[in-house]
Write a protein that binds this ligand. Structure first.
Ligand SMILES: [Zn+2]
Ligand SMILES: [Zn+2]
Length: 137
């Protein structure tokens, strides 16, 4: 069954529907995510349908990945592979996410010591992430 959820940016100019693919999301501690706004919390989606006219801007943060955000208010919305083969949506942009759980923390070797999530999760180093799927967040 498809788990379709609605979401929006902070200012409401961007609205979307997403087909959430997993009940667990990832937290990413990589330097790019932390610089972009803090450790990312993002869930895999099989499809992301952004409503027409929404001011979404994308930025190529690596050779393989793009980050999407609202051009009006700056809300972080998604990370995706250039070819759209993988999309991770920022959990906080969903209208409802209370039933989702943090499943894995990736780039754990890039996490600084000044914070830590108390969630009991699996962890993966950056090298393990690249080995598992070249180009994941
Ligand atoms: Zn906005
Ligand atoms: Zn990251």
């Amino acid at each position: 069954m498809t788990d379709t959820r609605k979401g929006a940016c902070v200012c409401g100019a961007v609205t979307f529907e997403a087909d959430v693919a997993e009940s667990h999301y990832l937290a990413c501690h990589c330097a790019t995510c932390r610089r972009w706004g803090g450790p990312a919390m993002a869930v895999a989606v099989s499809d992301l349908r952004i409503d027409d006219g929404a001011p979404v801007k994308t930025y190529a943060s690596s050779d393989y990945g793009h980050r999407g955000f609202c051009a009006d208010c700056g809300t972080h919305l998604f990370w995706k592979m250039k070819d759209d083969s993988m999309i991770h949506l920022w959990v906080g942009a969903l209208e409802s996410s209370d039933d989702l759980a943090m499943g894995v923390q990736i780039f754990i070797d890039s996490k600084p010591d000044h914070y830590a999530f108390a969630n009991d999760t699996k962890t993966m180093t950056g090298a393990e992430v690249f080995a598992a799927a070249t180009g994941e967040i």
